[in-house]
Design a protein. Structure first.
Length: 81
């Protein structure tokens, strides 16, 4: 199930960014994270460190606990199918 949580975190981060109409470049700049790293995270090719997750969620003005909690619920739902 951890792989599922990671992919859901990636999807939710991208969803939150797009909902706020923030470009990948702007999010990377606001979070102080390399643009390519953000792209890899959103694509599920790289897992964010806790520090990076906190920086991204702060830049998106969303609580990291919200992203993790939602990802956990979504992954559990998919795992139970």
């Amino acid at each position: 199930m951890p792989e599922n949580i990671s992919s859901e975190v990636a999807r939710l981060l991208k969803e939150e960014r797009e909902k706020r109409q923030i470009s990948l470049n702007l999010l990377a700049q606001k979070a102080g994270v390399n643009r390519q790293s953000v792209a890899f995270i959103e694509q599920g090719l790289r897992n964010p460190t806790l520090n990076t997750l906190f920086r991204l969620t702060l830049a998106l003005e969303v609580e990291p606990e919200d992203i993790i909690g939602r990802a956990r619920k979504l992954a559990a739902k998919k795992h139970s199918k």
